[in-house]
Write a protein that binds this ligand. Structure first.
Ligand SMILES: [Zn+2]
Ligand SMILES: [Zn+2]
Length: 287
């Protein structure tokens, strides 16, 4: 069985319509496909959907769901929603915000991309390498400030809840090919990641194995890395799959790599959503 709950469209930075993505998923033998365009934020970016487009996005995804109903592919309407910390007690954005209720999403994917207070301009962990380089120079190369805040934000998002799937757990490594800025095997880095893993497991989260970095040729590995996956397995954290597809050819291209990574970490089963809020377990051998 094939499934993914991380699919972008042209309403954000995706390259294809919901209809095109759903058709590609059906052709690739998917049973379940969840759409997660980047949700609108209190400020504009070049990759988040605009507030005024949210209804049209929802209609397109619902139309794709109707088109495939009874034909072997269940399509779900979701959003990839940022958790953004702020100096105030309340975050600047978070997955459970009522502003997203308007389209009654079937599920919400909670993700941390933004860092706050470390630069004067927009700073995301997955930004272009040149921007990341400039931001790191501004921090005097202090990568610990980056991953410390990243995992702190991730845990704050978990603590606040309001999402169904935890997105790309160690996205902070995206610009760190070859351990350029920090040692991903370092004790302090792994301790920060493991603390977030243990908390997510305690809260009963479902996290995704995300192959978007592989599909787009940005990194040579899945999110999360092998040591973090092993910790997830020990902690009993449930896993699902997310292609993070921005184009039809990303669908399913690396599901084998994701499943192999889970198996290598000791996982014997993964989880899929067969209806909003309903998780089912499936043996890795059956995938
Ligand atoms: Zn993301
Ligand atoms: Zn995404």
């Amino acid at each position: 069985m094939r499934f993914s709950y991380h699919t972008h469209t042209q309403y954000c930075d995706g390259k294809a319509t919901a209809a095109e993505m759903a058709a590609a998923a059906a052709a690739a033998g998917y049973s379940y496909l969840g759409f997660t365009s980047h949700a609108p934020l209190p400020f504009k970016t070049s990759w988040n959907m605009a507030w005024e487009d949210m209804d049209a996005y929802a209609s397109e995804v619902r139309a794709a769901a109707a088109a495939w109903r009874g034909r072997g592919l269940a399509v779900f309407l979701g959003l990839e929603i940022d958790y953004i910390a702020s100096a105030d007690a309340a975050p600047a954005a978070w997955p459970g915000a009522a502003a997203y209720d308007r389209i009654a999403p079937d599920f919400r994917l909670g993700s941390v991309h933004f860092l706050t207070g470390l630069a004067d301009d927009e700073f995301t962990v997955d930004e272009a390498a040149s921007d990341f380089e400039r931001h790191m120079a501004g921090l005097g190369g202090d990568a610990e400030a980056v991953w410390t805040q990243y995992y702190r934000n991730l845990s704050a998002m978990v603590g606040r809840g309001g999402f169904d799937i935890l997105g790309h757990f160690d996205l902070v490594k995206k610009n760190n090919a070859g351990n350029r800025w920090f040692d991903e095997g370092g004790a302090a880095y792994l301790a920060a990641a493991y603390e977030a893993v243990d908390f997510a497991a305690e809260r009963g989260c479902v996290a995704e194995i995300n192959t978007g970095g592989l599909a787009r040729g940005k990194i040579s590995d899945v999110y999360p890395s092998a040591p973090i996956l092993r910790r997830m397995n020990q902690a009993g954290l449930r896993l699902t799959l997310g292609d993070d597809a921005h184009a039809p050819e990303h669908l399913g291209a690396f599901q084998g790599a994701a499943i192999a990574a889970a198996a290598a970490a000791g996982y014997r089963s993964l989880w899929y959503m067969d209806a909003p809020g309903s998780w089912k377990e499936i043996g890795i051998d059956e995938l």
